[in-house]
Design a protein around this ligand. Structure first.
Ligand code: ADP
Length: 167
């Protein structure tokens, strides 16, 4: 059984995330999508909302399990007997972050490796923050988020964004 963990903020989930999940699910027996909680980060969506969105997006992929945790990703992986962490890499900024994270994780546990996937061409420029920006400027996001979630995401971002104070 090859088990992988795909951790992230998913604030909100995008088609870029879903593409990575689908491609990972084709390779691994089980993929845990881990909604991580970082006390240093400010999120627009609650943990429950992020879990809900990912469960909706992956409801037809039967080897994907969505969970949330405020533990270290490595501890979560060990708990699930996973040997691989999945990450996406869009550009040089991601590269810098991902290689640092990889080295950090590797220094703690050499038994858990990191697999990097590049985005499919149409998701190359997609990020959770670009989705929020599109909504703030009144644009439609349905081409960028998983089916059925466009209204859910738009409504919440609109009600939470304040032009003067941000989120
Ligand atoms: P974090 O805030 O922890 O970076 P994100 O939710 O932004 O988490 O993303 C989780 C992972 O998915 C990261 O490895 C990120 O590089 C990757 N990712 C985000 N957007 C895309 C995309 N459009 N295509 C491919 N990978 C992506």
């Amino acid at each position: 059984m090859k088990i992988a963990v795909y951790p992230g903020s998913f604030d909100p989930v995008s088609n870029g995330h879903l593409d990575i999940i689908k491609r990972s699910a084709n390779v691994f027996d089980t993929v845990y999508v881990l909604v991580s909680v970082n006390p240093n980060k400010k999120y627009c969506f609650t943990i429950e909302e992020r879990v809900y969105m990912l469960k909706e997006a992956t409801k037809n992929i039967n080897n994907v399990i969505v969970e949330a945790s405020d533990n270290l990703v490595l501890d979560f992986a060990k708990e699930k007997s996973a040997s691989v962490i999945i990450r996406g890499l869009r550009n040089f900024i991601d590269y810098q972050n991902e290689i640092t994270l990889f080295q950090f994780n590797r220094s703690i546990d050499k038994n858990i490796d990191t697999f990097i996937l590049f985005p499919s061409a149409n998701n190359l420029f997609l990020s959770s923050s670009s989705i929020k920006e599109l909504i703030m400027f009144g644009n439609d996001i349905k081409d960028y988020v998983p089916e059925g979630l466009s209204e859910y995401i738009t409504e919440r971002i609109k009600e939470r964004f304040n032009k003067n104070t941000g989120f």
